[in-house]
Ligand binder design. Structure first.
Ligand code: S3P
Length: 425
């Protein structure tokens, strides 16, 4: 589906509620399925990726049912049963990598498959440590499909070369089934939703900055209320900052410090963002944000902040086109392994719009402030985050832009366009 976006002549105004966090939704299904009893998941994400995770656990015998549009009940014996069929993870890297850790510790074998994009994404990062724990995983040169031979696992003390929450979570989930202690140390702290939820559900887990240790545990069924997704909020944050005369409020935004790198960058660029009404819900920080159109200056984004904003780098690139000076993004080479090669795709598509942007091996450099021209069709590589970023760019392009494969936003954010409509005055 092709969508045309036109320049907004008035600012964005009003208040919207940010829908459920995708990362937390995945984990809520997985951990509730491993817990004995009835769990209630409130504000569950309707994105296709979490639905892929839900379908997998249904196929492994877990009883799941929606009691209203966003409330999911999970009734589990705490034990998974082997599915006769291959398990499809769709487009979702989080599903494939985290579920691999769980399946490695089962007393049955499984096959995980993915769509075209997921089948190109690297799996060596989980296959190596899970193999050290005693499982065997067959793959196509470290790519999906993965055949996982469930085993009695043994704990490891793993020092990861990557700051990746997916790898960390995969190993910690395997650690739930392993004999002895399993420790995971990462170079920088990545998102810690798995650790927080494991703790909330009674697992034997300790976290010491970048080192996390877990032991075999039986999880307790709980009510889990999921915060709004800061990665979804990011498109509205940037849109309000760059569309003149904007002033919006975003309600129920997850503010876990391992995810708020975008707010730190915005602040450094001089953005006018206020945090209102901060609280803790199911172990996670949540609050409302007020964002006003702002004059912005460039900054450098590198090092330990990268895992705290990894999914926001495409939309930060749009922000940087409207900041005075040179914005440098480095240490972000893993962007090349996302739903598209996000370094290349951001650079080629923003260049078409008239941005001054240069590709580097581990990021990009943008010179601003530039008037974006538009008047073109952009490629999206079926990458949901690139599509939503280009949509926001279209709101300030002088001439309309046409975006291909727009329906791929459904991977994480089916409500995206409707919520934008609510802010047009
Ligand atoms: C995610 C972790 C990040 C992120 C992805 C979701 C998660 O991936 O990019 O969208 O839910 O754990 P990496 O762990 O590969 O950096």
């Amino acid at each position: 589906m092709q969508t045309t976006v036109r320049q907004l002549k008035t600012g964005l105004t009003g208040t919207i509620e940010i829908p459920s966090d995708k990362s937390i939704s995945h984990r809520a299904i997985m951990l509730s399925s491993l817990a004995f009893g009835k769990s209630t998941i409130k504000n569950f994400s309707k994105g296709q990726d979490p639905i892929s995770t839900l379908n997998l656990f249904k196929a492994m015998g877990v009883d799941t049912r929606f009691t209203d549009e966003n409330t999911l009940m999970i009734n589990s014996t705490g034990k998974l049963i082997s599915s006769k069929n291959e398990l499809s993870c769709g487009n979702s890297g989080t599903t494939m990598r985290l579920v691999s850790g769980i399946l490695a510790g089962q007393n049955f074998d499984s096959i995980l498959t993915g769509d075209e994009s997921l089948s190109k994404r690297p799996m060596k990062r989980i296959i190596e440590p899970l193999s050290l724990m005693g499982t065997k995983i067959e793959s196509l040169e470290y790519h999906a499909p993965l055949k996982i031979y469930g085993q009695q696992l043994v704990g490891i003390d793993y020092v990861s070369p990557l700051a990746s929450a997916q790898v960390k979570s995969s190993i910690l989930l395997a650690g739930l089934f392993a004999k002895g202690k399993t420790s995971f140390t990462e170079p920088y702290k990545s998102r810690n939703h798995t650790e927080l939820m494991l703790e909330y559900m009674g697992a034997n887990i300790t976290c010491n900055n970048t080192k996390t240790t877990i032991q075999q545990s039986q999880l307790e069924a709980k009510t889990i209320e999921i915060a709004g997704d800061i990665s979804s909020a990011a498109y509205f944050i940037v849109a309000a900052l760059i569309v003149p005369n904007s002033d919006i409020i975003l309600k129920n935004v997850g503010l876990n410090p391992t995810r708020t790198g975008i707010l730190d960058v915005c602040k450094q660029m001089g953005a006018n963002i206020e945090i209102l009404d901060k609280k803790t819900v199911s172990g996670e920080a949540v609050g409302d944000l007020r964002i006003k159109y702002s004059k912005l200056k460039a900054c450098t984004i590198k090092g330990d902040i990268i895992p705290r904003l990894i999914d926001e780098l495409p939309i930060i690139a749009i922000l940087a086109t409207q900041a005075d000076g040179e914005t440098i993004v480095k240490d972000a080479q893993d962007l090349r392994n996302k739903e598209s090669d996000r370094i290349k795709s951001v650079v080629t598509e923003l260049s078409k719009l008239g941005a001054i942007i240069k590709e580097t091996s581990d990021g990009f450099i943008i010179n601003g402030k530039t008037d974006l021209i538009g008047d073109c069709e952009v490629e999206t590589f079926k990458d949901h985050r690139l599509i939503m970023s280009l949509f926001v760019a279209g709101l300030i392009c002088q001439k309309p832009i046409s975006i291909k494969d727009f329906e791929w936003i459904n991977i994480s954010f089916p409500e995206f366009e409707k919520l934008f409509n609510n802010l047009y005055s």
